[in-house]
Design a binder for this molecule. Sequence first.
Ligand SMILES: Cc1cc2nc3c(=O)[nH]c(=O)nc-3n(C[C@H](O)[C@H](O)[C@H](O)COP(=O)(O)OP(=O)(O)OC[C@H]3O[C@@H](n4cnc5c(N)ncnc54)[C@H](O)[C@@H]3O)c2cc1C
Length: 407
Amino acid sequence: MDMNLGMRSESEALLHQVKTMIQDEIQPLEAEYHGEIDKGDRWQYTPRQAEILEGLKATAKSRGLWNFWQSDPQLGKGLTTVEYAYFAEEMGKTPLAAEVFNCSAPDTGNMDVFARYGSEEMKQRWLAPLLAGDIRSAYLMTEPDRASSDATNISLSCVADGDHYVLNGEKWWASGAGDPRCKVYIVMVRTGGDDAPKHQRHSMIVVPADTPGIEVLRPMQVYGHDDAPHGHMHIRFTAVRVPVENMLLGEGRGFEIAQGRLGPGRIHHCMRAIGQAESALELLCQRALKRQAFGKPLADLGANFDIIAEARMDIEMARLLCLKAAWYMDQGDARAAAPWISQIKVVAPRVALKVIDEAIQMHGGAGISQDTPLARAWTHVRTLRLADGPDAVHRRQVARAELRTYR
Ligand SMILES: Cc1cc2nc3c(=O)[nH]c(=O)nc-3n(C[C@H](O)[C@H](O)[C@H](O)COP(=O)(O)OP(=O)(O)OC[C@H]3O[C@@H](n4cnc5c(N)ncnc54)[C@H](O)[C@@H]3O)c2cc1C
């Protein structure tokens, strides 16, 4: 029996369907799907790859297993963030699952931006196809020449010229921008001068991916992997013209939108990381019991009991912290929730990395090879200590909230 805190019974039933579909229908196709990426152009889908992905999406959609991230019942399932934590954890267990249920980054955050701040036209043109899973999107904030963990440094210029804005500059680590289905970018730009207050100098603007002047320079590599066909792209903007209506909310309101966007995105990554840690512990235990050395199963050797116990305890602590942060988000006070999101943003990747690393160790050479999902999981989770804000920035938020009481 699972202790699912804060879950309504109808959500439990949906979660059961998600678990079953992941185990019975998604996981069995993962290896074939990833094998297809190496055939031909890595940045296009092979017919079989598209068939697997679109087939699974169509199945999920037809069963109503779709857009769980969206708490508005008109657009999704009306799950609370606490409930969604259990769904995202399951989806974290296998790479394809989040997209199959239309719950993947960065689209969920971008859909949220369109839903909350977009004009009617943007909702028609971008939100509707994103909600339907027909297109994908990217979020462009980080820049090569600026310490982007401090977003007040963002410099890509955006200057009004008649009924257009003109954008010049570079972005990198634009996750998902390599995908041929990625049709739209939400871009953080600088619009205000030094005379404007620090948090009102930036704006967010919607840029169709096929606008002239956009050049995708290269995919950034993650420990030597290009993550095709999703990709994390380095992109140059040269005199890119977009209509003034593409500005979200208005000039100077970029930080307001970024805060609304990044909170949920961050915690979703954490929920999935906990799922990855659970999967790694499962593999670790199976291996520890199945393989023998020095006349005993690996489990019975050296400190392996302690390693298994520590992993279980760390995962449980991380999950409860994640649920607490999710609960704060459900109370609707973003400011109160922020330090809790920062705590889990540091803790979840740290715990998942530790557990995955121990699982790798228990597998010996096989652990770092292509024969288990562990090496890939480790590199993915390692990036979470940087993406959506490095650990140090989140620890700073936690300490500031802690000290606020005493100042
Ligand atoms: C796989 C991956 C995917 C990503 N996807 C996206 C995306 O889709 N869109 C996007 O815009 N960005 C994305 N990013 C970028 C990511 O958000 C940035 O790398 C991150 O915000 C840090 O910015 P930076 O790289 O400029 O590091 P910098 O700002 O240069 O920081 C470097 C280091 O400085 C130290 N530091 C910074 N601030 C402090 C502090 N207050 N106290 C102590 N030390 C500090 C930390 O050690 C930090 O890691 C992605 C990154 C990765 C790796």
